[in-house]
Design a protein around this ligand. Structure first.
Ligand SMILES: Nc1ncnc2c1ncn2[C@@H]1O[C@H](COP(=O)(O)OP(=O)(O)OP(=O)(O)O)[C@@H](O)[C@H]1O
Length: 721
């Protein structure tokens, strides 16, 4: 029976199609489902026509409505067709005539390339390359290596004519997607082995037969990352109604391999830079685990902030239709889970209250050091090592602490810790991390509560939280699935998972392709993280941690603005928001973040005064589509907005002096605090999809200055890595 599969290129354009055109797609799909092959080719309404002067006779068009046409791959054999694009009539015909389909001999997947344009431009580039003294971009790679990575003869010829990244950018959109990606990763500094491991190997399909490059029926089934086979009309309706959620249907082969691996023998981990789809992979893993869940078993999907819980909940409801299955997943923050296990009426204290209470405890015991020292000692030594008694504390190794503490002083510190916890309990209060310790004890006594635990934004969890999660799930295959990015650590919790009984060795995968931000925004933000102008990084050799981490999306670079006064900064921000809205952005697609809550209040008030609806992003507050979202940088963690403004980035906000331990109190902590503030700015800037705007009043943050962006400018397209 014929069927119409859907290609990823069609999905990319889907959000721009009017509902009436989407309805036309639905009708066409139903015809493929209903009619025989013979009837399809004869159907006067569908007009499954071949085109004169087409590069590939297998590429045809179909009628969607009076003005719109679908471009379809109609293989000579088999009865599966692929909808490649839906475009306005003339554009569709012109585009269809230029395309050529093929089957890749390595990946066995179907590929589409703009053969006409490639044939037209390649000789010119070959001539230019011949006259140039520059080394060709892919000279370091042998033909054999490139072919092993799936580069076919045609693409090889083109690759050999390219001398620099700029030329690769011209060729890239014309090439088959898999081959394009291979070349882009090699150009960004990845080795042949890395590209094989990250891109090619995950896309391979096991087969006992040699590849048949005419067997499209099989190849379409091997193209899961690019072609979706939709089997029921409800499924298609669902896809057409939620056009922005392409991630539900198409995973990158690397993402798919991690999320849908049948089983891991123990804890597994996925890492990757911002926007590489770690949350998406975590959600797909939950779906996979749900499909195999035994009666009575449950899953905990947990993360750091309430805003992220909301976004994971939304994602889960898009991915898992069956409400009964969805109900078997508890989505909550790690702290909420601890509170649920402990089930207490004691109220958690916030950071300010905690500092005041350390001061009181120190007064009571006669400890003369700072409350800051005590709070850090409690968090990074006592709770981190789960120390329960004086003797244990007196003999412990204070790993990672840069402050001297003579053995003789430890008894007093321990007494102060006891005083602090005693007074807390007396006043019916608790700390969040202390609660995790209590929850771990209860879980250890009562037994695990979940069959699987999936953790998102894992980089910020404290050892006490990890111990609790460890105790929440039995040590079995697929117990823990962990998604996180060490570059986005903003809470200074450095953890050795192995020492906490969570060993991911051999089960850890890194994602490299960014789906969120443009390359220009990413490159700029990377400069902030590394503390050097990005333009200079190209010469500074490989930076392993960011190697090959890039985006295929392009746009303009961030706009940065220095204001004379805070008033003027807010005025310019309001203008920027208006410009985004005038350019077609919905209010809800805009996010504005600042280091301090007070700045957020001012931003919100100013926008409202300027007639722009704005609301604060807060725990539990539903995200609205009809107001600009304003929140602190911490609440923006893990979220994303089409347009993001980061404001108040001056030298008194980033780093925030009160978040930095003085060097003379603890040198190591000082460095760690500075790194966390730097990461915070990086995280804030990488929330942006299409546009980023950064502003400050007075002197810019030293992080901006170090990255070479402390002057008013519209940063031009940053160089690609
Ligand atoms: N395979 C995919 N196809 C289409 N879009 C994708 C895919 N994977 C991820 N995305 C999109 O990329 C964006 C970033 O994804 P996600 O939030 O999962 O990344 P992340 O790695 O968790 O980011 P961060 O670490 O910055 O929070 C989202 O808009 C998501 O829908």
């Amino acid at each position: 029976m014929p069927q119409l599969a859907l290609a990823i290129g069609f999905f990319a354009e889907l959000p721009k199609l009017q509902p009436s055109v989407r309805k036309g797609v639905m009708d066409a799909w139903e015809k493929f489902d209903r009619l025989s092959l013979d009837q399809l080719f004869k159907d006067p309404g569908l007009k499954l026509e071949s085109l004169t002067n087409a590069r590939d006779k297998q590429i045809r068009t179909i009628r969607i409505d009076q003005f719109w046409r679908g471009v379809v791959l109609a293989p000579a054999s088999g009865d599966t067709f692929v909808l490649l694009r839906v475009m306005q009539h003339d554009k569709a015909i012109a585009w269809a005539k230029k395309q050529k389909s093929s089957i890749n001999e390595v990946t066995r997947a179907v590929e589409i390339r703009d053969a006409a344009t490639l044939d037209e431009i390649t000789p010119a580039y070959e001539r230019v390359a011949g006259d140039s003294s520059k080394e060709r971009l892919f000279a370091p790679f042998s033909d054999g290596d490139l072919k092993a990575l799936g580069i076919d003869d045609e693409t090889l010829r083109q690759a050999r004519s390219i001398v620099d990244q700029e030329q690769l950018d011209v060729f890239a959109p014309l090439l088959p997607q898999d081959q394009r990606e291979v070349l882009q990763y090699l150009a960004s500094g990845c080795t042949v082995e890395e590209v094989w491991q990250d891109i090619v190997a995950p896309a391979l399909q096991a087969s006992a037969h040699p590849v048949d490059t005419r067997d499209y029926e099989t190849a379409i089934r091997h193209s899961r990352a690019r072609i979706a086979l939709v089997t029921a009309s409800e499924e298609l309706r669902d896809i057409l109604e939620k056009p922005f959620a392409a991630w539900r249907v198409f995973l990158h082969p690397a993402q798919h391999k991690v999320a849908y691996r049948a089983s891991y023998s123990g804890p597994a981990q996925v890492t990757g830079g911002p926007g590489t789809g770690k949350s998406v992979v975590a959600l797909h893993r939950v779906r996979h685990l749900l499909r195999h869940l035994r009666d009575g078993d449950r899953i905990l999907l947990t993360t750091f902030t309430n805003a992220l819980v909301d976004s994971l909940n939304q994602g889960l409801s898009l991915l898992v239709d069956d409400p009964d299955l969805r109900n078997r997943v508890d989505v909550m923050t790690v702290d909420a889970f601890a509170g649920r296990v402990v089930n207490t009426s004691r109220r958690p204290v916030n950071g300010y209250e905690e500092a005041a209470r350390w001061e009181q405890a120190a007064e009571a015991t006669g400890f003369t050091g700072t409350p800051q020292f005590l709070a850090q000692e409690y968090k990074h030594v006592v709770l981190a090592q789960d120390i329960r008694g004086r003797e244990e504390y007196e003999s412990c190794e204070r790993r990672g602490r840069g402050s001297a503490l003579p053995a003789s002083a430890r008894a007093l510190v321990w007494r102060t810790v006891e005083e602090f916890t005693r007074r807390l309990a007396e006043d019916g209060l608790r700390t969040y991390l202390g609660t995790c310790g209590e929850a771990t004890d209860l879980l250890t006594g009562q037994g695990p509560r979940y069959r699987h635990v999936v953790v998102d934004e894992a980089q910020d969890l404290h050892p006490a939280q990890w111990r609790m999660l460890r105790a929440a799930v039995p040590r079995r295959p697929d117990d823990l699935f962990i998604a996180g990015d060490p570059h986005q650590r903003i809470y200074d919790n450095r953890v050795s998972l192995k020492s906490l009984g969570i060993n991911v060795a051999g089960r850890s995968v890194k994602l490299r392709k960014n789906y969120r931000s443009t390359q220009e925004i990413l490159s700029w933000a990377t400069g902030l993280l590394l503390g050097r102008p990005y333009a200079e990084l190209a010469d500074s050799g490989r930076h392993d941690t960011l190697l090959g981490y890039g985006s295929a999306l392009h746009g303009s670079g961030p706009r940065v603005h220095a204001a004379q006064t805070e008033e003027a900064e807010l005025d310019t921000l309001a203008e920027q928001v208006r410009a985004w809205v005038d350019g077609g952005a919905a209010y809800g697609e805009i996010g504005i973040c600042a280091r301090f809550r007070k700045t957020c209040e001012k931003v919100r008030d100013r926008l409202i005064a300027a007639g722009v609806p704005a609301s604060r992003v807060r725990a539990g507050a539903a995200r609205t589509d009809d107001a600009v979202n304003v929140g602190t940088m911490h609440t923006f963690k893990g979220l994303e907005y089409r347009y993001t403004a980061v404001v108040g980035v001056n030298d008194r906000a980033l780093p925030n002096p009160s978040a930095i331990t003085p060097e003379d109190v603890d040198r190591m902590q000082h460095e760690a605090d500075l790194a966390a503030e730097r990461c915070l700015l990086f995280v804030a800037c990488t929330r942006a999809r299409d546009g980023l705007y950064v502003s400050w009043t007075g002197r810019p943050s030293p992080f901006l200055v170090e990255a070479g962006c402390g002057t008013t400018q519209t940063a031009g397209p940053a160089p690609s890595p």
